[in-house]
Design a protein around this ligand. Structure first.
Ligand SMILES: *Cc1c(COP(=O)(O)O)cnc(C)c1O
Length: 472
């Protein structure tokens, strides 16, 4: 985690120590931006061959922009680095029918974890056999839909779910292919992981508590369930393989225990997602190739140690594919210097979006970066805070960033790495309609999700029509 509390000793603005003054405030740090992002000679940033000024005119702001070339390349990079393994794109990071089609075309499989996500995948024509279904509290309706379409695997999360699934399979006279999701006691986040014996969270069957082995036996003995193997997901925004090593050791030990008890080797192991991306210059995520090499070595080593054959392996990256492919585009509306004491002043730049289109800074204290995108500037960089329009002090999009001192009303600001967990977690807080998601490629803009309108929101308000009648 970054130390947000400590300040530069010689600061006149309250910058955290990790934030370094850029040599050139107009420079775009390649690892933060999608493949086709560049700054044109006149200073305007373009993506997919379209200038952001043109984009803002066409689709308005705020808007999410997905770089199609970049998304497809990242999907391919993951698939190729993990050749021989199955790569499931985690739909919760961002899903719509277009994305589901791209994922399918690039040869990846797809994870969903709700009726809505499954419906989008099916609507996109995604091959059900390549869909995995997650969820710690799947409803009868969700499981029925998954069974009716023959999804490739259902990741079972509880003993209640085994009972529910057996009942529904009997009702539909079918069988289900299942994995048991386990908790390994490993919890991993950026730069750190902890491995403890006990785990206090809602997901999965505990290995340490013995429930995982019981769950495996139940599925193994059920005539309605085909037990594929074990699933483990240890966290998010992880930069290295330490946590995966412990998780692999603990899950494969469970493979060995199951084999000892039944004489059968489980066929599949999924190590989950959570691979980190760069949100700020200081972030240093591993590449898919580095992760693949590391994970292959870990799994082979543990299999040898436990005397097991290598199971069929899979992973579930979401953020690492769509995150860097997307940027968020905002327009500046208000600029305010605020005296924060100690002779320090912080510059607040208010834009036309906020926590309703990106909750991550408020929810996880996530750090983001930003650039002035509608022009370049020769002004001195000033530590700034980019905030939204919501009635909430914590409505922050970019907590600390050097932006040109001459930023003014009407300028466009682009936030990189906004493709994952932005639109997918967006809300209508303050009755703000959610921004559109457009894809760009070779100078063409396509709508993936249109902008929500006030009429969309009012259509839900049963009393609104009543009032109209009264006014007539
Ligand atoms: C959230 C989640 C993922 C994807 O996580 P990313 O950080 O987007 O890679 C994968 N698998 C499971 C089970 C998850 O809950």
């Amino acid at each position: 985690m970054h130390v947000a509390g400590s300040l530069h000793a010689d600061a006149t603005t309250p910058a955290p120590v990790w934030l370094t003054r850029p040599e050139d405030v107009n420079a775009l740090t390649a690892k933060l931006w999608s493949e086709t992002v560049e700054r044109d000679p006149d200073g305007v940033v373009s993506v997919g061959g379209i200038r952001v000024t043109e984009l803002a005119e066409q689709v308005g702001t705020p808007a999410y922009v997905i770089d199609e070339v970049d998304f497809r390349k990242r999907a391919r990079d993951w698939r190729e680095a993990f050749t021989g393994w199955t790569v499931y794109y985690a739909g919760k990071s961002f899903l719509c029918t277009t994305i589901a089609r791209w994922v399918g075309q690039e040869g990846l499989s797809l994870d969903v974890c709700s009726m809505g996500e499954l419906t989008v995948a099916l609507l996109a024509g995604f091959e059900p056999a390549r869909i995995g279904m997650h969820g710690n509290n799947k409803s009868d309706a969700e499981l029925r839909l998954a069974l009716a379409h023959g999804v490739g695997r259902i990741i079972v999360d509880s003993s209640d779910e085994i009972t529910r699934l057996e009942r529904l399979c009997a009702e539909l006279d079918t069988t289900a292919r299942v994995m048991i999701r386990v908790t390994t006691g490993v919890e991993a986040h950026t730069h750190e992981y902890i491995a403890t014996a006990h785990e206090d969270q809602k997901f999965g069957f505990s290995i340490a508590g013995g429930q995982a082995l019981v769950g495996l036996f139940r599925c193994h003995h059920s005539p309605r369930l085909e037990l594929l193997g074990i699933h483990s997901h240890i966290g998010s925004q992880i930069f290295d393989t330490n946590g995966f090593e412990v998780a692999a050791r603990r899950t494969l030990k469970l493979f060995a225990q199951f084999k000892e008890a039944t004489g059968i080797e489980l066929a599949e192991l999924d190590l989950g997602g959570g691979f980190g991306i760069a949100y700020i210059k200081e972030d240093t995520p591993a590449t898919p190739a580095e992760l693949a090499a590391g994970l292959r070595e870990i799994v082979e080593h543990e299999c040898t140690a436990f005397g097991l054959n290598l199971p069929a392996m899979s992973i579930e990256p979401g953020r690492a594919i769509v995150g860097p492919s997307g940027l968020a585009l905002y327009r500046v509306g208000t600029i305010k210097p605020v005296d924060v004491g100690g002779g320090l002043s912080r510059r607040y730049i208010s834009v036309d979006g906020g926590m309703s289109d990106n909750i991550r800074p408020a929810l996880y204290a996530a750090e983001y970066s930003a650039t002035l995108a509608s022009r370049s500037s020769a002004a001195e960089p000033v530590v700034s805070r980019v905030v939204g329009l919501h009635c909430e002090g914590g409505d922050i999009l970019v907590r600390d960033e050097f932006l040109p001192g001459d930023i003014t009303i009407g300028d466009l600001i682009a936030v990189p790495a906004a493709g994952a967990y932005s639109r997918s977690m967006a809300s209508n807080y303050n009755h703000v309609p959610r921004p559109p998601v457009v894809s760009v490629r070779d100078g063409k803009v396509r709508t993936m999700l249109r902008r929500e309108t006030l009429d969309d929101l009012l259509a839900l308000d049963a009393g609104a029509a009543e009032n109209e009648e009264q006014n007539d």
